[in-house]
Structure formats: structure tokens, C-alpha cells
Write a protein that binds this ligand. Structure first.
Ligand SMILES: [Zn+2]
Length: 739
């Protein structure tokens, strides 16, 4: 997402990059100015002419401040505020395009001027502080005493804008944060523990403690200084003089587990202004009576694409070129799920590989101890095995055996814990974040879904598409349904209600994958989100047909449907390909739409086979209609959102969905819906089977739009505040962790 905007891509071409540093004191909102070359010629930006091949831009920034101003500042004081190409006129016609990394350092008080050991030629009196407003005006008026920045339109204006926004009224921020928080409905999750053996019940306490231990790792994986930030915000909110803003910041941070807001495409809701204060005592020249430099730990407004898996200032290019020089086995490690990439040292910026077992040693040792204790206490054999093998994996960094044990888990207590998903690494998608989901298996619901699995081949044979495209074997993941009692780690922002693991290809190839559906999260989302949406959008006479059972059965079926239909296909010229390869960027949207609409078609099929109750015949369609509005609300850039728009518009065009103009509500025409669902299923399955990219584009262009009726529904939702997601609390785990 941000991969090219934040980081220089030119590390190995010295001379075409420039780094600039601004130093800002919060107290009177002043910028540090230094006189530039000629006396009386002031500039707020300390400039390094170029960055050498052998240093990162962050190192160059530190070197610059050291050499120009004679002060040492810690690495975490530097906030990368922009990284953009800067056109620098060089005289004549030639123009050199520079890549311009700009850093901002924020201190509380101005740095005493005696602290600077300035370059000899500059002499005393060559630094001063000035409020940024005054400075902005002088530069704007072309005052001859101030350097005219090379490209005022970009860098300087941008920095002035950042500072203005950052130090604006707290009142505006309170109302913004309040609105952001309001989108999450609070939900407390619990489950029946009565079916557990005494040993398993005792083990559960230690499992929860292990899950808590790995939560700490996730904070560190997102951002190096995240734990410091968390403790700072919590301390502020707990203080006697805590303001409303302090509380809001903390509450919203707890949901996002970082300074970036998940529901707002990771836009920062905290800035360096909100960040922890650190004291650098040894960092500067001693000045009598001065305790040292208090500075704000830098928070970047963009979420770093490589999270804390890679050095902040490492570019994709640098990684690739370093990797290509490694022996093959190490290349695999470098791209592996369970390693981080670091720089050797301040003076030697070379990259190297650190395994998770070493990087997160203290948390993993703690978690492993808890899991071994739990494994000793547990009485269910497959649970015992999982707990011990997982504990071993934490220390050995080899997760294979523990993932096999997870696939084989057949236990009332359901445990998923370890490094799994790679979404946080948006630079490469290599590195796995730690997460945990601890729950109690719902045997009844798990049993019902087993029926789906057993009938998937039959379903494939009956799919509404040409027989020539049908497969004779299908691959369906077994599904376990649980009631969640605790989650931790990578569960920030919107709550995960289902997951399919592992991602490790070795196990996927050997054993396939397993899926876990979290029923009480689905229930909470149904109550807090889908119900209120149905209340507004569904016509009165059909409102009571929106029910949880249909909703839950459909999403479960959706997951199974991903396993059937065209995947590996034969092209007209006889060659073999995959749907993903042929449809490329349109594949995900189409595949999600397929899982939804064919899932709906499949429910009808199962009812006709006597495998699902007839009572679902109407409820499933109306519940589906309500989910359309829920998904489209996430926007058309979201694969599920766009996929749902296609389905809504198709069904609307076929008059299977009816708009009641009197109260602007919608209902399902049961006489038309079956045929419309079947025709769209056939359309999508056939596009996939043929690998017909043009067909996919045409379908999405015509139907993947916010049409008038869809907009009508969305507008209604906009008017009343329906929650977008839920924020969880876990009373059972809270009780356990207190002891
Ligand atoms: Zn899906």
C-alpha cells in the first residue's frame, strides 16, 4: 500500500538522495533555525547534500545533526514525515531529481543554545529558535534573511500543515476520536465450561496466560516503540489529571493496538505529539543546570509497510539485492514466516536474519512454560500433544509438528496460538504475526457443518455450470465451530470471526487446511450490526425473517464453497492454468462473489436434499439481503463489498429484490429469487471455468457499482449510527489473569 511512498528506492545509487531534518520544540511551538553558509541567511531545515551508499537515510539524518549542530539524538527521536522526489534546479537545462527524505524531531523545551557544538566556520550566533508561524510568514514574504526553500510547495508547506494540524484544538480531536470509537459496539464474550474435565479446566488457566504472553510480541511486531507508547497512554489515562482526550486516546488505542486506525485504512489517530516522552541525558554536550533533552518518541503518520519485521528505512530493492547475494538456504530464511530482518549496527548497516525464537526470546520462553504446564494438566490426548509441541516450537522456531497437532486437535478446549497470518507485512507478505484464539468447541454446530463437508462432491457434481467444467474430486477443509473465551495478538480493529490455517505450504501440501468459525463473535455481529441494518433496510413484512441461524449457516457454507468450483482450469488452447492466474486482479472479487452466491444456491440444494430444514427457505434469502448492505458499507475497494454489490444489483435487475418506494425498504420476491441466484451462480462459475478475464471485467463494470437503490439503502444507514464492528471483553480470561 505505502511501499513506494515512504521509502527511498535508491539506496545503491549514492548521490541522488538527500536527507533533511527539522527540529521543533513544543513549548512555544518553535522551530530551530540555523544560518546557512552566508551569515544572516536562515533555514529551518538542516540539509545533508547526499546520502552515501553505505548508510540508511535515518543514519544520514543522525550524522547530519551530529555534524551540523554537534548534538547526538537517539534514533527513536526521528520521525520520517515525507519521502518524495524533490526536483532541484541545477542551473542550465539539466534537472537532477532527488529523493528527499524529511525527518522531524520533536523536543518539549527548546534545546539550550549552549548545547550545540557548532562547526567552527559558523561560529556562535548561528542557531536560533523562532515560532513556526512567524517563520512561515517570513518565508512566505520572501524575506531576504531567510533561505528560499527549493520547493516550498511540497516539503515546507507540508511540514507547516502537519504542525498546524497537530497542535490544533483538543476539542476537535475529542469529537473525532469519539466518532471513531462509536463505530465499535462493546461485547462481552463468555462460554459454558461445564463440559470440561478437571484437568482440562486447570490447563485452560495456563493456556490463557500463554496467550497473554504472546500478545506482548504482537505489539512489538507492529512497531518497535509500541509497548512504550501503550504504557505511556495507559499511564496518562489512569492519572488523576487525565483529560477526556487522554481517555479517548487510550480507549481507541486498545482497539487498534497501534497508533493507526484499522477502519480508516490505517490513517494515524495519534501523532508524535501524543507519544511518550523520553529523556536523553548523555546525548548532548553538558550544559550546567540542564537535565538533558526531553523528546517525543517519533510516530509516523503512515503505518510502516514492513511493520517492525524489517528496518524502518529498508527498501524493497535493498532487501532483494541483499537476498540475492545470500546462499540458497538463507534466502529461504530471509523470506521465511518466522524470522525478522535487522541491521548489523550503527556503523555497519548490513542486513541479517534473526529467528523469532531469538528475537522474542523472553515472551516465548514464558509462553512455552505456561503451555508445558497446561500440557501436563490436560487430560484430552490431542490437546496435550498440541500444547507440548507448540511450546517446543516457540523455542525451536520449527512449527511443523505443532501445526500438524493443531490439524489433529479433537478437544472441547480449542486452542490456536502462534505466528500465522502475514497481513501485517504489507511490504512482502512474508512475516507472520503472533495471535491466539482460545475457545470451547460447539459440538452441535460442528456436527451440522460436517454434513456440508461430506456432501461437497455431490454439490460440485450439481453446480449450475456445464458438466465439462466439473471436477471429480474436491478439497474441503474440516471446520470446527467454537465459542471464543479469549483472543490476543493480531486481533486489532475489526474482529475476526473465522479463519483458515495454517499458511505454511509444507502442511497445506501434506495435510490441507482446517477452519475455525467463532460462533459467539458471529452472533454478536449479527445482533449489533446486522439486526439494526435489517430494521432500517428490510420491509416490515419480512423483517422477522432475518435470523441468526440462516446468517451463520450461509457464512459457513460460503467458506466451504471456496473449496469447490473451478480452480485449476484448461484453456481453449489445451494448456493448464488457474482461475487466479487468468483473472488476475479481478480474481479475489469474483471468488468472494462466487462463495456468497453459490453458497446461497447450495443452501437451497441442501434443503431439497433434506439436509437442512425447510424453515430456512425464506429466512436465508432475507438474511442474505441484509448482509448485502452490511458488506457494501465497507466500500467497493473491499473484495467482499464489491462482490456483494454485484449480487445485489444482479438480483435487483432480475426483480428478485424489490424496492418499496413508500418507505424506501427492500424485500425478496420468493417467486423470482431462486432463478436469479442460479443465473448469477452460473455466470460467475462459467467466467471462472473459462478463465475469461474480459467476462469478469464486463460483469464487474456493469454490476459492481453503487447503483441508485443500493445508495438509497446506504444513505439510510448513514443517518442512523449502526456499529461497524465490535470491541470485545473476556470476563473468564480477566478472572484468570488476575491471579
Ligand atoms: Zn470468502
Amino acid at each position: 500500500m505505502h511501499s513506494n511512498s515512504r521509502h527511498s528506492d535508491h539506496r545503491h545509487h549514492g548521490g541522488d538522495r538527500e536527507v533533511r531534518v527539522w527540529i521543533f520544540a513544543e513549548k512555544d511551538e518553535e522551530l530551530l533555525l540555523q544560518s546557512h553558509r552566508r551569515p544572516g541567511h536562515w533555514d529551518a531545515s538542516a540539509v545533508a547534500a547526499s546520502i552515501s551508499d553505505y548508510e540508511s537515510s535515518l543514519q544520514a539524518a543522525r550524522r547530519l545533526v551530529q555534524s551540523e549542530l554537534g548534538i547526538n539524538l537517539p534514533t527513536d527521536a526521528f520521525e520520517l514525515v515525507s519521502s518524495s522526489p524533490l526536483k532541484q534546479p541545477q542551473g542550465g537545462e539539466s534537472e537532477n531529481v532527488l529523493n528527499n527524505d524529511v525527518y522531524l524531531v520533536t523536543t518539549l523545551e527548546p534545546i539550550p543554545l549552549q548545547a550545540f557544538t557548532l562547526q567552527v566556520k559558523k561560529g556562535p550566533g548561528s542557531v536560533k529558535y523562532m515560532t513556526y508561524n512567524e517563520y512561515k510568514n517570513l518565508v512566505g514574504q520572501n524575506d531576504p534573511a531567510y533561505v528560499q526553500p527549493p520547493d516550498i510547495a511540497s516539503e515546507y508547506a507540508k511540514l507547516f500543515a502537519i504542525l498546524t494540524k497537530r497542535y490544533q484544538e483538543d476539542r476537535d480531536r475529542c469529537s473525532t476520536l469519539h466518532k471513531q470509537l462509536q463505530r465499535y459496539a462493546p461485547v462481552s464474550l463468555t462460554a459454558q465450561l461445564s463440559g470440561l474435565s478437571d484437568g482440562d479446566k486447570e490447563a485452560l488457566g495456563f493456556i490463557i496466560k500463554a496467550a497473554k504472553a504472546i500478545d506482548e510480541i504482537f505489539f512489538h511486531q507492529v512497531l518497535d516503540t509500541n509497548a512504550l507508547l501503550r504504557d505511556w497512554l495507559q499511564g496518562r489515562a489512569a492519572g488523576d489529571d487525565a483529560s477526556q482526550l487522554d481517555h479517548l486516546k487510550w480507549d481507541y488505542y486498545v482497539i487498534n493496538k497501534s497508533p493507526w486506525s484499522s477502519l480508516d485504512e490505517n490513517e494515524a489517530f495519534l501523532t508524535t505529539k501524543d507519544s511518550a516522552i523520553k529523556l536523553a541525558t548523555a546525548a548532548t554536550k553538558p550544559v550546567e543546570g540542564w537535565k538533558g533533552l526531553e523528546y517525543r518518541v517519533a510516530l509516523s503518520s503512515n503505518k510502516p509497510p514492513g511493520a517492525n519485521f524489517y528496518p524502518l528505512d529498508m527498501s524493497k530493492k535493498e532487501f532483494e539485492s541483499w537476498k540475492s547475494r545470500l546462499p540458497e538456504s538463507q534466502q529461504k530464511e530471509a523470506q521465511g514466516f518466522f524470522t525478522v530482518i535487522r541491521r548489523q549496527s550503527e556503523t555497519n548497516p548490513d542486513l541479517y536474519i534473526v529467528p523469532y525464537s531469538q528475537q522474542y526470546d523472553s515472551s516465548l520462553t514464558k509462553a512455552a512454560e505456561f503451555l508445558h504446564k497446561a500440557g501436563d494438566l490436560a487430560t484430552t490426548p490431542s490437546l496435550k500433544k498440541l500444547l507440548h509441541t507448540k511450546a517446543d516450537a516457540f523455542l525451536s522456531n520449527d512449527y511443523y509438528e505443532s501445526d500438524i497437532a493443531w490439524m489433529d486437535l479433537d478437544s472441547k478446549i480449542d486452542v490456536t496460538i502462534g505466528p500465522y497470518e502475514t497481513y501485517e507485512d504489507s511490504l512482502f507478505g512474508y512475516k507472520a504475526t503472533f495471535e491466539s484464539f482460545i475457545g470451547i468447541r460447539d459440538d452441535e454446530a460442528t456436527g451440522r457443518i460436517k454434513m456440508f463437508g461430506e456432501n461437497m462432491l455431490k454439490l460440485e457434481q450439481n453446480l449450475p455450470m456445464d458438466d465439462q467444467y466439473k471436477s471429480t474430486n474436491v478439497n474441503v477443509s474440516p471446520i470446527r465451530v467454537i465459542q471464543l473465551i479469549y483472543n490476543s495478538g493480531d486481533v486489532d480493529g475489526p474482529q475476526i470471526a473465522a479463519f483458515n490455517l495454517p499458511n505454511d505450504e509444507r502442511i497445506v501440501n501434506d495435510r490441507g487446511t482446517s477452519m475455525v468459525m467463532i460462533k459467539n463473535i458471529q452472533e454478536a455481529k449479527f445482533e449489533k450490526i446486522l439486526k439494526p441494518i435489517a430494521d432500517i433496510c428490510i420491509n416490515n413484512e419480512q423483517k422477522e425473517l432475518v435470523d441468526f441461524d440462516s446468517f451463520f449457516t450461509h457464512i459457513t457454507c460460503h467458506e466451504c464453497i471456496h473449496g469447490i468450483g473451478p480452480h485449476t482450469i484448461t484453456l481453449p488452447d489445451g494448456s493448464t492454468s488457474t482461475v487466479r492466474q487468468e483473472l488476475q486482479e479481478f480474481h479475489t472479487v469474483l471468488e468472494e462473489a462466487k462463495a456468497d452466491i453459490v453458497g446461497l444456491w447450495a443452501l437451497r440444494f441442501f434443503i431439497s436434499q433434506g439436509l437442512l430444514p425447510k424453515s430456512m427457505l425464506e429466512t436465508m434469502y432475507v438474511s442474505f439481503l441484509a448482509t448485502c448492505f452490511r458488506s457494501v458499507r465497507y466500500g467497493l475497494q473491499d473484495a467482499h463489498g464489491k462482490g456483494q454489490a454485484v449480487q445485489f444489483n444482479w438480483l435487483f435487475e432480475k426483480q428478485a429484490i424489490v424496492l418499496h418506494s413508500d418507505d424506501e425498504t427492500f424485500s425478496v420476491d420468493f417467486t423470482k429469487v431462486e432463478e436469479a441466484v442460479e443465473s448469477l451462480s452460473k455466470e460467475i462459475l462459467t467466467i471462472q471455468a473459462k478463465g475469461n478475464k474480459q467476462g469478469a471485467i464486463a460483469l464487474l463494470q456493469k454490476y459492481g457499482q453503487i447503483t441508485k437503490p443500493l445508495q438509497l439503502g446506504l444513505d439510510k444507514l448513514e443517518k442512523i449510527q449502526v456499529s461497524v464492528d465490535i470491541a470485545l471483553s473476556f470476563p473468564i480470561a480477566d478472572e484468570t489473569l488476575k491471579n
